[in-house]
Design a protein around this ligand. Structure first.
Ligand SMILES: NC(=O)c1ccc[n+]([C@@H]2O[C@H](COP(=O)([O-])OP(=O)(O)OC[C@H]3O[C@@H](n4cnc5c(N)ncnc54)[C@H](OP(=O)(O)O)[C@@H]3O)[C@@H](O)[C@H]2O)c1
Length: 324
């Protein structure tokens, strides 16, 4: 039976994952914790049928590459500082891909954080590659997927990848194609021990159903935010199944959300619009895990504080109008 645990929104979980699984989260002192006592990252979510507990506020690393997610960043030291501060602040979930850069983002993660903290979970994705003109090209053939997994292992400096998402569909929205062939390849790599857990990205409920006949799926990563709510029903179904939902573009992506309603609500809560957008997602469903992307320390700090923003019912009603 699928069991999942959702701790309250403001649960301060500062212990190591392995210790938490054995003992529950007792006092911080008794845990030899690696995080600060002030950690409050939106509570913690246990991935279904795993021993992985993720703080609900994570970090998306795509913005660490150069412009258009291509080449190195202008300031590599700043990129390293962002990653290190995220971890020092209690983030234990980083989303990446070897096609960011390509290779660059994973190499920066390795340079900044390797050897990795025990409780850090690095989630990557495969299913695309980059053309020499920085274009995004599907790469879902058997050998392309195998190569992508090995590229991720090498550039991250890992012997096994914690979670790999199979990225399908178009640039933004999913399409109803069979995912059996590529997912079977990844399931084989999981069987060989190169991948611990699998997820899907940019998929429909039908594709998830097909995927579950092939292997366990621990997370879905689709486009969703305050203004883009196609997945409302899907999120509720996933919550019932205990599967994590990880919205990409939680702040609106390359063009962050702009809404006068969002600005008004943020002002009334003494928060920033981006903090409210993230706090709304945390409140929307307990299986939502956040991976906001930023290349800026200032924005990272702002985003992490969103875990403490409380949205009142009247403000929630206003925010609900943004997605139509
Ligand atoms: N599965 C997929 O197909 C897919 C697709 C896209 C992304 N992703 C994943 O999802 C993660 C998040 O997506 P994303 O980074 O594209 O979009 P996002 O998190 O919605 O927004 C990132 C953008 O918002 C800006 N930003 C961040 N914090 C801000 C703040 N507090 N105030 C103002 N602007 C702020 C960033 O610029 P600054 O750098 O200047 O802060 C950047 O331009 C990515 O890192 C990646 O890991 C997955």
């Amino acid at each position: 039976m699928t069991v999942y645990t959702i701790l309250p929104l403001n649960y301060d979980c500062s212990c190591k994952i392995e210790q938490r699984n054995q003992q529950g989260c007792d006092s911080i002192e008794s845990m030899g914790n690696t995080m600060t006592a002030a950690t409050n990252l939106g509570g913690n979510f246990m991935l279904t049928d795993t021993s992985i507990g993720l703080n609900r506020m994570g970090y998306g690393a795509m913005q660490l590459a150069g412009p258009q997610v291509w080449g190195p960043p202008r300031d590599i030291d700043a990129a390293i500082a962002v990653l290190r501060e995220a971890i020092d602040s209690g983030v234990n979930h980083i989303d990446t891909s070897d096609y960011y850069g390509p290779h660059v983002t994973n190499q920066i993660i390795k340079r900044a954080l390797h050897p990795y903290p025990d409780d850090l979970v690095i989630v990557t994705k495969v299913g695309a590659r980059r053309g020499e003109d920085a274009s995004w090209i599907f790469a879902r053939a058997r050998q392309e997927l195998i190569d992508a997994v090995h590229d991720n292992l090498r550039n991250l400096g890992l012997e096994a990848l914690d979670i790999v998402n199979l990225r399908v569909g178009g640039m933004m929205d999913p399409s109803e194609e069979s995912i059996a062939e590529p997912l079977t390849v990844l399931a084989e790599l999981k069987h060989k021990g190169l991948i611990r857990h699998l997820g899907l990205s940019n998929v429909t409920p039908m594709q998830l159903a097909e995927g579950l006949t092939i292997t366990d799926i621990v997370c879905i990563q689709n486009l969703y935010n305050l203004a883009h709510r196609n997945d409302d029903g899907f999120i509720d179904d996933l919550a019932a199944k205990g599967i994590a939902y990880v919205p990409f573009f939680p702040l609106g992506g390359f063009n962050p959300l702009q809404s006068s309603t969002l600005n008004e609500v943020a002002a009334s809560l003494d928060a920033t619009p981006m903090q409210v957008a993230l706090a709304w997602l945390l409140r929307r469903s307990a299986n939502i895990l956040l991976i906001p992307g930023t290349s800026s320390l200032e924005h990272l700090r702002e985003n992490l504080k969103a875990a403490t923003v409380q949205i009142t019912s009247p403000e929630l009603a206003k925010l609900e109008t943004i997605g139509g």
